[in-house]
Write a protein that binds this ligand. Structure first.
Ligand code: LLP
Length: 421
């Protein structure tokens, strides 16, 4: 459920017509709904009610500080994967003890900054990284809390580029080696092993792979405890999928996911952390774009938009589907027609949809890409020297620009010309 609905013939974000935002900030832009962000966070929080838990929002999905603060004020922790994300979370007001540091290759500098600024735990991905954390912690006279990410060798049954839990993926340590690696960690004085971490992939639309992974984590918890480790925290990663098409998708609900966690792991008495990103932000954001031209091609019509692959790369990168809807509601009975919906970037890959049925549209009309709140703005680039598009946050009948569109001067003046030229 989200808060982007038609009212009086026009699409609204909560109580704000998108046409008002377009008039104020120009197109294209991203717009997020506070009520939807909070609702999705609360669904997870409620799903784990009765269990000691922390929902650590995976901020890689949408990392604007206004979004982070909205969620942090509701009680969320953060899952970060780089120094930039760590510093951004701190800048948004998230205390270090609510920040989990994940990521495959944390550098000594990243580790130092997090240890100095405070961190809930590092999710360790390899033995060399474990030794690096130990060394930095000792040099600072600190002890670093860690979990070790295990790779459970489970097929997440999602897009190959976002599956992480198979043994051939680069993530975590093989679960079969866990005893040896935990023994190694326990011998390092700069580390305090607090638990186990697992994350098997993103956009999972079936609970079965989660269940398979969590059962393995339950067995491992008992084995490691028997080996003398005080396993008291389980970080279960993120990955719960969202519906990208309104009509026919019904992925499992956070409530069912929470019940699965309690069923598979509840008896262990561990504190539970989860790291959802997409389900919190995905359907809380739209990308709004304007039709520049309608072009008649060979047997097809192209809608050429002012938004492009550099603004929303998911269709080009993962063949992802995003529903695209007109901002002005089509009048009932109007015959839809197929369009190839493209951006102006000079690549064939800059195609959002082929043969998509839309009401007849004309230059100047606005369209909205649904489900663009997660992995949208954060993955955008300035390819073709196109400015990063603004982000807007709506809250009831208010809206605010939370990242302004940069000027061309700002972009161009970042380059420096060497003296010999
Ligand atoms: N925790 C870890 C360790 C992760 O690697 C990820 C996502 C998450 C949590 C959050 O997963 P989520 O709940 O959002 O599924 N750019 C891709 C998705 C990449 C996901 C990477 N890791 C896309 O646009 O589909």
């Amino acid at each position: 459920m989200d808060h982007f609905l038609y009212r009086d013939g026009a699409l609204y974000a909560e109580d704000v017509p998108l046409t008002d935002i377009a008039a104020a900030v120009g197109t294209p832009f991203y717009v997020y709904s506070t009520a939807t962000l909070l609702r999705h966070f609360q669904l997870f929080d409620e799903a784990l009610e009765g269990t000691d838990h922390l929902v650590c929002y995976a901020m890689k999905a949408a990392s604007n500080q206004a979004i982070l603060r909205t969620l942090a004020q509701a009680g969320a922790g953060m899952d970060v994967v780089s120094m930039g994300e760590y510093l951004r979370a701190k800048a948004a007001g998230v205390p270090g003890e609510k920040i989990v540091f994940s990521g495959v290759g944390k550098t000594a500098e990243e580790i130092r900054v997090a240890l100095e600024g405070g961190v809930r735990q590092f999710n360790v991905e390899s033995e060399p990284e474990m030794e690096a954390i130990n060394a930095v912690a000792l040099s600072l006279g600190k002890v670093a809390p860690i979990t070790i990410r295990v790779n459970p060798d489970v097929d997440a049954k999602t897009h190959a580029k976002i599956a992480t839990g198979k043994s051939e993926n680069k993530f975590g340590i093989p679960i079969a080696r866990a005893s040896a690696v935990y023994a190694h960690a326990a011998a390092l004085p700069g580390l305090e092993v607090v638990g186990i971490d697992v994350h098997i992939g993103s956009q999972l639309t079936d609970l079965a792979p989660f269940e398979a992974a969590y059962r393995k984590v339950a067995d491992l918890t008992e084995r490691l405890r028997a080996e003398g480790h005080d396993i008291r925290r389980l970080d279960l990663g993120g990955g719960l999928g969202i519906p990208y098409t309104r009509s026919n998708e019904a992925p499992p609900l956070p409530l069912d996911y929470g019940a699965l966690i309690k069923r598979t792991l509840g008896h262990l008495g561990c504190e539970i952390e989860i790291e959802p990103g997409r389900l919190i932000a995905g359907n809380a954001g739209l990308m709004v774009s304007k039709v520049i031209y309608v072009k008649s091609g060979e047997g097809r019509d192209f809608l050429i938009l002012d938004g492009a692959m550099n603004d929303l790369i998911r269709p080009a990168m993962y063949d992802a589907h995003h529903d695209i809807v007109p901002v002005i509601e089509p009048v009932p009975g109007v015959e839809p027609q197929p369009y190839d919906i493209v951006g102006p970037v000079c690549e064939t890959g800059d195609t959002f949809a082929k043969g998509r049925l839309m009401p007849p549209l004309a230059a100047g009309d606005l369209v909205a890409f649904r489900s663009a709140g997660a992995y949208g703005a954060v993955m955008s680039s300035e390819y073709n020297t196109r400015p990063l598009i603004p982000e807007v946050l709506v809250n009831g009948d208010q809206f605010a620009v939370i990242r302004a569109r940069p000027s061309f001067d700002e972009i161009i003046n970042r380059d420096t010309i060497p003296s010999w030229l």
